[in-house]
Design a protein around this ligand. Structure first.
Ligand code: NI
Length: 184
C-alpha cells in the first residue's frame, strides 16, 4: 500500500525545518514513488493539501489538490493535483483574512487563522522545472498552511484568539455560521 500513515501533533518530525529536496533525485524511482504515495495518502484522507513531514519525511515537498470548489467559504478556485518542491513564498499584499483551518495532523480540531491573501510562490514542479504562481484568497491560505509544515509550524501556532480553537463538533454547532471572513 502506498497510503502512508499521517503523523500527528506531538511527533517531533512535525516540528523540524525540512531539508530541501535534492535536485539530482528528481529522476529517481524514489521521488516518483513519493509523489504517488503523497497523492494516495491525500486522497485516502480526503484532504486538500499534504506536506512530506506529515508522512514523517523531513523534505521540502508539498502537494495540493482542490477539486470540490463548493466549500463552507462559498465557491473557491480549483487547483488540479500539484507538486511543489523547495518552494519560496513571497507575500504580495499583507492584508489578512481569516479562515477556520483544520489539519490532517491535528485531527478533530479546528482553529481560526488569519493569513495574507495574495502571495507568490517559486518552486520546482514534479519534473524539476522552475515555476512560479500567485495565489489569492482561500488558496493563498491553503498554500501557507502547507508551507508552514516545511518550517515546523502548525496552524495551532497561528491562532491569535484561542476562543476560536474548537473541536469539530463544537465548530459545526457554534461557529460554522459565523461571519468569519471580514473582507467577504
Ligand atoms: Ni496541515
Amino acid at each position: 500500500m502506498a497510503v502512508k500513515e499521517i503523523i500527528r501533533m506531538g511527533h517531533p518530525t512535525l516540528r523540524k525545518v525540512a531539508e530541501p529536496y535534492p535536485i539530482d533525485k528528481f529522476d529517481s524511482p524514489e521521488f516518483r514513488q513519493l509523489i504517488i504515495d503523497m497523492q494516495e495518502t491525500l486522497h485516502a484522507a480526503s484532504g486538500i493539501g499534504l506536506a512530506a513531514p506529515q508522512i514523517n519525511l523531513s523534505s521540502q515537498v508539498l502537494v495540493i489538490e482542490v477539486v470540490d470548489t463548493s466549500t463552507r467559504y462559498g465557491e473557491v478556485q480549483a487547483i488540479p493535483f500539484s507538486v511543489f518542491v523547495n518552494p519560496k513564498l513571497t507575500v504580495l499584499e499583507p492584508e489578512c483574512t481569516g479562515y477556520w483551518e483544520g489539519c490532517l495532523s491535528v485531527p478533530g480540531l479546528m482553529g481560526f487563522v488569519e493569513r495574507p491573501q495574495h502571495i507568490a510562490v517559486e518552486y520546482l514542479n514534479a519534473r524539476g522545472e522552475n515555476r512560479s504562481l500567485e495565489f489569492k484568497g482561500f488558496l493563498a491560505t491553503v498554500f501557507q498552511h502547507e508551507f508552514d509544515h516545511l518550517n515546523g509550524t502548525l496552524f495551532v501556532d497561528r491562532i491569535d484568539d484561542l476562543s476560536l480553537f474548537s473541536y469539530d463538533q463544537e465548530y459545526r454547532d457554534f461557529h460554522l455560521s459565523d461571519r468569519v471572513y471580514p473582507n467577504d
